[in-house]
Design a protein around this ligand. Structure first.
Ligand code: ATP
Length: 513
């Protein structure tokens, strides 16, 4: 199936099975805002648990906080967001559609890449085993020409972005003859800067209301609490502060479902270290975070690092972890070496001394920071895209199955009475009453067993149990596995062990290296 089709199917599956709904749907929705449904919230909570526990439980030098969305407006002056948290936007005069100039150019670069890869794939097919890819890339006139054009465009674009040269960005769009996908024309406006922060007012107007912002990242809530946590927790460097919470960005172009939202959730950890050790810690956190992702078993080939060439003004190293979504490799997490920029800025703007006295060297300094920052919603999307699977079975029937890692699945065990009579429903309820303290169980009695299995497959439930008349005699049930569809008879007393062993977050954490 084409990747685009898979993505469309994932989006409609999310809606049909209670994972993600468009926000305010009965009012025709609200752009780039989504709600999580009854299954979505469970999956999302499990992702958050996996992250939180891997940070706070597995590291005795990392603690958590929960800071507010509203913060003192000067924080955003100090962090640079008021002046520099901008995207370059451009409008097409004919379609009246708005685009990010940088995204239009990046898409153009991706088109060159695609063209080159297509040529290489064609040649690989033609030459078979004798194919020497490196030689082909360096000798094929077609590939060489496209590669040169691509590299030149990339260089020009990087320069323009580094200098935030808006005229040059527009000129690149014109020179590359990029057209609006809606109107098909090149009738572009000037490129303008657009600040992504949402503003609101605190206090009544009569009292003199002041403008505050909805936080565009959770990180600043950690920085401004650095002293509180370090002192009250008697934390010694190196140590980290983790936080999960909502962030808001007025994204110009909201695309690709929950990939780019205006209200989303972040899981961020700021790791405070001694200056000079940052590149070592940066490497370590890159490895640790990649291991966390790969531990889900989606295949190492679906991840890659993207090291930043263009660094933010505060960073001295940065890399993204990208995951292969149906629409290409995309950033899911950023790992940044932020130097002492944030703490120094807050010291400057607040007038407070924000330092650490290091007893080992008998000196005070402003700690450096390594940040790991991952979007819950992007992570959710990557899990859904990878798990969605359409299968043709041996009997020719088909099924849709979400092959979710069992520890992330919304429901762990579904319990079915074979029929609605003879005391079978009561027996099924009794099993759930016993197990519901340990993991999420669901009772289902509607429709034939086969249909009930399909419904559970579609939401990724790893185990189903059927109660029948034999159960009343010998306390055994049929256990059915989601992935293999294998069924076996087991005593009720064994259900807990079999299921629990695979569905807890702890089981996932134990596999982390
Ligand atoms: P992008 O380049 O895609 O806009 P970014 O580099 O601005 O992302 P960061 O500021 O590093 O993103 O934020 C950290 C993480 O937060 C990202 O890796 C992503 O998972 C998530 N994130 C950022 N913006 C959004 C958004 N609009 N919707 C959903 N998740 C987001």
């Amino acid at each position: 199936m084409a990747q685009e089709d898979i993505f469309k199917k994932v989006v409609s599956h999310c809606k049909e099975y209670g994972f993600v709904f468009p926000s305010s749907e009965i009012y025709d929705g609200l752009g780039a805002v989504y709600d999580y449904g009854q299954n979505g919230v469970e999956l999302k909570n499990n992702i958050k648990q996996y992250w939180w526990q891997s940070m706070v439980l597995l590291h005795d030098n990392i603690v958590g906080i929960d800071s507010c969305i509203f913060m003192h407006p000067t924080i955003w002056k100090a962090s640079g967001h008021v002046d520099a948290f901008n995207d370059p936007l451009i409008d097409n005069r004919d379609s009246k559609k708005r685009y990010r100039a940088d995204v239009l150019i990046e898409d153009q670069i991706a088109k060159y890449d695609e063209k080159i890869e297509k040529e290489v794939a064609k040649a690989r097919k033609r030459f078979g085993d004798a194919f020497d890819e490196a030689q082909y890339r360096s000798t094929s006139p077609k590939v060489k020409e496209d590669q040169e054009k691509r590299d030149a465009l990339h260089e020009r674009y990087s320069k323009a972005m580094n200098a935030m040269d808006l005229d040059e960005l527009r000129q690149i769009i014109l020179d590359e003859e990029i057209v609006c996908p809606i109107s098909g024309t090149r009738n572009w406006t000037e490129v303008r800067q657009f600040n992504l922060m949402f503003k609101t007012e605190v206090g009544s107007t009569a009292d003199g209301a002041s403008t505050i912002y909805l936080r565009p990242e959770t990180a600043q809530g950690i920085f401004v609490n650095y002293l509180n946590v370090q002192k009250t927790g008697r934390m010694k460097i190196p140590f980290g502060i983790a936080q999960i919470g909502k962030a808001f960005r007025n994204e110009i172009v909201a695309r690709q479902f929950i990939f780019r939202m205006r209200e989303f959730e972040q899981m961020e950890m700021q790791f405070f270290i001694k200056p000079g050790t940052e590149l070592d810690w940066f490497r370590k956190w890159k490895e640790t975070r990649m291991a966390w992702h790969q531990n889900l078993g989606f295949g190492a080939e679906n991840y890659r690092f993207h090291d930043h060439e263009k660094l933010a003004h505060y960073a001295n190293a940065a890399a993204d972890i990208e995951f292969k979504m149906p629409f290409g490799f995309k950033e899911v997490e950023g790992i940044h070496s932020r130097t002492n920029f944030d703490l120094s800025q807050h010291a400057k703007f607040s007038g407070k001394k924000i330092e650490y006295f290091d007893p080992e060297i008998n000196e005070s300094y402003t700690p450096y920071v390594i940040e790991t920052s991952i979007g819950v919603d992007r992570m959710f999307l990557s899990v859904m895209c990878h798990s969605y699977c359409e299968e043709t079975l041996e009997d020719g029937q088909s099924r849709v199955v979400l092959r979710l890692p069992a520890a992330l699945a919304p429901v762990k065990l579904a319990v079915f009475p074979l029929t609605k009579k003879d005391g079978l429903p009561e027996k099924a309820h009794a099993i759930i009453d016993d197990l519901k303290f340990h993991f999420n169980c669901k009772y289902e009695e509607k429709d034939q067993i086969g249909k009930r299995y399909r419904r559970q497959d579609a939401i990724g439930t790893p185990f189903c149990v059927t109660v029948d008349n034999q159960t009343l005699e010998d306390d055994t049930v049929t256990l059915r596995y989601r992935d293999t569809m294998e069924q076996k008879r087991i005593p009720i007393s064994e259900i807990r062990n079999i299921v629990e062993d695979q569905v807890t977050i702890t089981s996932l954490l134990k596999r982390l290296k």
